[in-house]
Ligand binder design. Sequence first.
Ligand code: GDD
Ligand code: MN
Length: 379
Amino acid sequence: MEGTKLLIIIPTYNEAENIGLLIESLFKLTLPPEIDLNILIIDDSSPDGTGDLAKSLVPSYPGKLQVEIRPGKQGGASAFLRGFSRGLEEGYDLFLAMDADFSHNPVYIPRMLEEIKTHDLVIGSRNVKGGSIENRSFLRDLITKAAALYCRICLGCPLRDFTAGFNLYRKVIFQAIKPESIICRAYSFQIEIKYKVFCQGFRIKEIPIMFPDRLRGVSKMSRKFLFDALFDVWKIKKMKSRDTPLDQFIMFAITGGLGTISNLVLFFFFADLLAISANPVSIGCFLIAGTQNYILNHRWSFRQLTGGEKPSVKKWLLFLAAATGGLSINLIILNSMLHFFDLPYKFIAQAVGILAGMLINYSLAKYMVFRKKKTLSPH
Ligand code: GDD
Ligand code: MN
């Protein structure tokens, strides 16, 4: 990285006790020689005079410290976005977003700069091994971890700290994801950016940080924002029409349920009403229901794997073979459980058999029948 222009963006609102110390410790960091460090403070006319205080420091760091004062309180997320847009216009290569209150310790910056050489986004994460939240109660810690898990499952995205505010971005990210297109605020803002970055296939790295609660000043984030974020996750998920493994599994299970209903209705018609012998009818029902499942899975459950492709005979046969495989597993489990265990009810063995058969079917469908052809990723 020859002459890498780094912009550290710090939003402030009533951080007079912190800002001077933070600016000083950032400029004192020992960084690789190619890094050209610049700081941009975005203050929303803090009543405690943070903006003026920051401005008074500008002459001490000629050309390296910029202070932008906005007329009224617009929120930290909006301040970060302003910083990203401005940084893009001014030709910066790297953007580091951090808070002013020392919850984001500058000592992690060299490590983040090291990791950005091979990644597009480096997150200072509290939830990876080695990371932590200091001086917080067990309960608050648990809530944070549960919220992270919730995001992971809903979004089907393997990150651990979605709401982290200590992030180093390469310029490419904001060229691909325009800052103006980020609509969420507060905690949800952090989730939205990370999810979009993930969906675009960028390389993300989470490095562990210790996150202490602020010592000076007061937090501007209310508990309400955290609650909002739980709902916003669904809004964020919809912004990118991307089905998660859980979504696919639910659609696959519904498809299977509908197939079972068709199977039973047909069976009743031919075997009971028309009195045709049960075995051939059962096989016929299996083929018809299997075909229905194939089409529904192709068009619906795995639509993002099959894309605009038409259903094919080859895949249909493969799907039926997979279904037969699932059925065999079901039968094997049913029989061995009945043989080896003394069960109060036989249907318990059938239930376990169905579950195992379904998991096998799902995996075969996903990784064999509807497997996506490799496409080129951005890297
Ligand atoms: N310009 C501006 N305008 N800055 C603001 C505003 C505002 O309206 N509100 C807050 N800030 C600044 C604060 O001065 C601080 O530097 C930073 O934004 C974070 O604000 P805090 O009040 O310290 O937020 P927090 O500690 O509750 O939340 C932080 O951690 C969360 C994860 O626990 C933030 O980094 C969140 O983004 C993060 O999700
Ligand atoms: Mn804070």
